[in-house]
Design a protein around this ligand. Structure first.
Ligand code: BG6
Length: 491
């Protein structure tokens, strides 16, 4: 018998006809079931406006699972646990109907009153839904109730505060699970282990031995079907405020005294508190924004952002951000952390490169330009693993050196990674482990940092488009490092 915890639960998905449910949530719930992390004591209630029936939802669930992975014979049994209710988030009777349905399902599936409310829909309704759930007694069960919130969590500090206040009027902080799917990625979780389980890294993990850190998350996709959302958001809100700053926090945090949620979060929060908030007049020295022009990606011609949809014709929204961050504490003083992320770039890849300081005299290279510092690359996707770049004797050349690589990569099939992230996070939520979810303090500090940049950008029109689709972003993103004597490593 395995001793894996098998939560008993009713999962309620708001936005069950949407893209996220289809692409990520349904396959993830199925994988949990397949992997024995869900028993038969579960039910899923799908809610949305459309007049679907249980059968239509079940067909859609089966299809989305079939598109993502190869299902087993248990698929029929699995989808029989899915129920659909047509739902208007502002209408009281929708909530009373939901209450009756959940109570019924709790009887049928013996789920002990445990409920997950997953908000996978337009953020403007998050506050309303949370409050109506509470007012209509949907949280008053014998078991636990948890609220899972997708991003965006506000669009600046002010709106995030307002949303948080609304949520907190109905749910305690402990019941709120703010998803950042990067925190569910295997190699993002591995940052802590690589750092804190290896003396050879942790002893050197500071400003005495590290010259700079580079974090890149590049995408080949453009704005796709999400023009409305994306144009209102842009790369800083979509990627930097959450995913990129979360990776910075994990790379820079102090070792926690134990692996509890509270200890880990409190170390991450300290990093975000120590992030140097820029004066407005420094933003252009430290941050670069870009928007893609037409170009070619993997041999295919692709259009400029402004040509992707009519409403984007005059858009001033950034699809690329690069920046230099500084952390003002003992460990990191003086070490730049460079980040860059964007759409329509040369490749889909998320990677962290740690550049170690060079030794004072490296006698083994004839030309300075061939010298290579030691680098540690943490490969998050599509390859997952680590690569350590060292120097060793060039074969047959006496005392000349050449760069070599020690690599550990487990082959992740591209695309499998993200459903796995959701799978892990959903499971964590069901067993009550909030470590890999974002605490309100992290959200607030991240917005505070990003707000300064966005505020300056909103007051100055950008010179867009300024990078070709299929490139690694505008030239200014390279100059950002060159000014400091560095360059982006591609290893
Ligand atoms: C999401 C953003 O949070 O992350 C998307 O909204 C982006 O715009 C996506 O494409 C990237 O995630 P991943 O897992 O593909 O790197």
């Amino acid at each position: 018998m395995s001793n894996v915890l098998q939560p008993k639960v009713v999962i309620v998905i708001f936005g069950a006809t949407g893209d996220l449910a289809k692409r990520k949530l349904f396959p993830s719930i199925y994988r949990l079931y397949q992997n024995g992390k869900l028993s038969k004591n579960f039910a899923v209630v799908g809610l949305a406006r459309r007049g679907w029936t249980d059968d239509v939802l079940r067909e859609n669930v089966a299809k989305s699972i079939g598109d993502a992975i190869s299902p087993n014979e248990d698929l029929e049994e699995f989808i029989s646990h899915f129920y659909y209710q047509s739902f208007d988030v502002t209408d009281e009777s929708s909530y009373s109907g939901l209450n009756i349905l959940i109570n019924d399902l709790e009887g049928t599936y013996q789920t002990e009153g445990n409920r997950v409310f997953y908000l996978a829909m337009a953020p403007e309704f998050f506050g309303t839904i949370a409050n109506k759930l509470q007012e209509n007694g949907l949280k008053d069960s014998e078991g636990w109730s948890r609220l899972v919130i997708e991003k965006p969590f506000g669009r600046d500090l002010e709106s995030a505060k307002k949303l948080n206040k609304e949520l907190r009027a109905a749910f305690d902080e402990k019941q709120i699970y703010r998803i950042d799917h990067y925190l569910g990625k295997e190699m993002v979780q591995n940052i802590e282990v690589i750092r804190f389980a290896n003396g050879i890294f942790e002893h050197l993990w500071n400003n005495r031995f590290i010259s700079n850190i580079q974090i890149t998350s590049s995408e080949t996709l453009g704005v796709e079907e999400r023009a409305r959302y994306y144009d209102h958001s842009g790369a800083a809100r979509d990627m930097v405020q959450n995913h990129m700053l979360q990776m910075v926090a994990l790379l820079a945090m102090e070792p926690p005294i134990s692996l509890t949620t509270e200890e880990i979060r409190s170390e991450k929060i300290k990093v975000l508190r120590a992030l140097r908030n820029m004066d407005s007049d420094k933003v252009s020295q430290y941050f670069v924004r870009g928007q893609y022009d037409s170009g070619e990606i993997k041999g295919e011609a692709v259009s400029a952002y402004r040509d992707e949809a009519d409403e984007l014709a005059d858009s001033n929204t950034e699809t690329f951000v690069a920046g230099k961050l500084l952390i003002d504490n003992y460990r990191w003083s003086g070490v730049p952390i460079y980040i860059r992320t964007g759409k329509h770039m040369a490749e889909k890849s998320t990677k962290i490169v740690i550049e170690f300081k060079d030794i004072p005299m490296n006698l083994y290279y004839k030309r300075d330009k061939d010298k290579r510092p030691n680098l540690l690359s943490i490969n998050i996707q599509p390859n997952q693993g680590i690569t350590l770049c060292l120097n060793a004797q060039k074969s047959g050349s006496g005392s000349l050196a050449q760069p070599i690589q020690l690599a550990y990569n487990h082959n992740a099939v591209s695309g499998i990674n993200t459903p796995e992230a959701y799978e892990k996070l959903l499971y964590d939520c069901m067993i009550g482990d909030a470590t890999n979810f974002t605490h309100w303090d992290e959200v607030a500090l991240s917005w505070k940092f990003v707000d300064t940049i966005l505020d300056v950008w909103s007051k100055n029109e950008a010179n867009f488009p300024n990078y070709k689709s299929g490139s690694m972003g505008p030239d200014a993103a390279n100059e950002l490092l060159e000014k400091d004597g560095f360059h982006w490593w591609d290893i």
